[in-house]
Structure formats: structure tokens, C-alpha cells
Design a protein around this ligand. Structure first.
Ligand SMILES: [Zn+2]
Length: 255
């Protein structure tokens, strides 16, 4: 399996980071995509990828932290000029967040579109964060035209999912799809074709059942994989192989 979205640089892992990677390997996790949150978080993601062979970095300007993003742009772009394992393999997370609404909608859209343009220019995939903003997200993405990415921790409706799949994107589900309250999300997850599905944890957040309430970590992706396999009525190997192949192909990683 590949955990396509985690934040192992967060201080929640300061006390046992090496052991956490070891547990991930023992659980069958081949690689982790460490997703940058803002310029500083993206620098840390690059440093994680430099330090830990199983980690690959993504760098993005998150919609909840856009103050001064235009001033930070050149430094952000410079992250992608690094060489070796520190170089980000994707742009993200970027997107829209109307739950926290830390910046006005038009600023969120500007920063998002600029990052989509940049991803296209660099021919890199992108990782989308969207919270309570799918009605705006779908038309923004589909009008843009560069369809090479994933909407992570997908929480939209079946109609949103259909439009994004038709456009050509991947959808990813994290531990909250296992929660009792997530019946609507499960209905959507059940309809996503195996060749468009990615696995992720979003560690340290949203630990799946039976670890709900605990700190999440990449080894727990196995619980979400098992849950989704049961939901879709396929065996675990079929689901994990599909998700792993999808992740390799989207992010061009060898793991
Ligand atoms: Zn995240």
C-alpha cells in the first residue's frame, strides 16, 4: 500500500517518528506522500523526504493559510528546483476551504488556479483539499483543463464525484469513511471505480475505526483498505493493488 496523504512532520510524531515509519513498513506500506501545508510546511515536507527514504514530498499553499501567498510565491516555486529526494513530486495541498473561510473566496480561487497553472507548467500532479466548497471546486477544476490530480479526503456528493471522475481525476478516502456517521461518504466511495481510487490516512488526523480517537499514523491505512475492500465487495489484495498502481501512475513514484 501507499499512504498517499500524510503529515508525518507534525509534532504529534516528534517522540516516535522512526518507530512510526517502522510500523508502517511492517504493515505493508511501501511509501508515504508527505503533503505540505503552506510554505513552511512544504519546506518541512521536503526535509522529511530528504531524511526518510519511504517518504516523498508534495508542496502546496493551503487555502487556510493564504496571507501573503503572493509574496511567498517565488520561494514556493524554488522548492521545485531542488534536486534529489527533497524535490516535490506533486503540487499540494491546494484548493478551497469554506469551512474555516480564512480568506475570501476569490483569493482562495486565485491561489488555487495559480497552483493548477504551475502544476501544468511543471507537468506534475496535484493534490486538492476541499471542505464545504465542492459546488465551486468542480467548475473551477473542469474549466481549467489540466486533469491530473486527486481530490483527497473526498467529502462531496455522488454528483460531484461523477463530475470529477468524468473530468479525469482520482478520489481518495481517509479514515473518516469508516465512521458510523459517514453513510453518505460510503455510498459515494462504493461507486468510485477501482482504477481511480487512492488510499490515504491524512495522519495525524481522522484515524479509522478501530483506531478512531487515537493519533492516526500511516500503518493504519491498512484498516481503511480493508474497510473499502469490504464496502466494494472485492478482496483486499485486489483493492490494495489497484490503489497502489493508481498512486504510482499518478505520482510517478517507484515503490
Ligand atoms: Zn492533509
Amino acid at each position: 500500500m501507499i499512504d498517499s496523504h500524510a503529515h508525518t512532520n507534525f509534532d504529534a510524531f516528534d517522540d516516535d517518528r522512526a518507530a512510526m515509519y517502522e510500523r508502517a513498513r511492517a504493515a505493508g506500506v511501501l511509501a508515504i506522500i508527505e503533503v505540505g501545508v503552506g510554505l513552511d510546511g512544504s519546506k518541512q515536507a521536503c526535509a522529511r523526504a530528504q531524511a526518510e527514504p519511504m517518504v516523498h514530498a508534495a508542496a502546496g499553499l493551503h487555502p487556510t493559510g493564504l496571507d501573503g501567498w503572493e509574496e511567498a510565491w517565488d520561494e514556493f516555486v524554488a522548492l521545485f528546483a531542488q534536486t534529489g529526494p527533497a524535490r516535490p513530486i506533486a503540487v499540494g495541498e491546494c484548493g478551497l476551504d469554506y469551512y474555516w473561510m480564512k480568506s475570501p473566496k476569490d483569493i482562495q480561487a486565485d491561489a488555487f488556479l495559480r497552483q493548477l497553472d504551475f502544476a501544468q507548467e511543471k507537468q506534475l500532479p496535484y493534490i486538492v483539499h476541499c471542505r464545504e466548497a465542492e459546488d465551486d471546486l468542480v467548475p473551477l477544476l473542469t474549466a481549467h483543463g489540466y486533469a491530473r490530480g486527486v481530490v483527497h479526503c473526498f467529502g462531496g456528493t455522488a454528483e460531484h464525484a461523477q463530475a470529477l471522475l468524468e473530468y479525469g481525476l482520482h478520489l481518495s478516502f481517509c479514515g473518516n469513511v469508516t465512521y458510523k456517521s459517514a453513510a453518505a461518504m460510503r455510498e459515494v466511495a462504493a461507486t468510485v471505480p477501482l482504477d481511480r481510487l487512492l488510499l490515504e490516512t491524512d495522519s495525524p488526523f481522522l484515524a479509522p475505526v478501530p483506531k478512531r480517537g487515537k493519533r492516526n499514523e500511516p500503518s493504519f491505512v491498512a484498516h481503511t483498505a480493508r474497510f473499502l475492500a469490504d464496502l466494494k465487495g472485492v478482496d483486499l489484495d485486489t483493492l490494495t493493488k489497484a490503489a497502489t498502481d493508481n498512486t504510482r501512475a499518478l505520482f510517478l513514484i517507484e515503490a
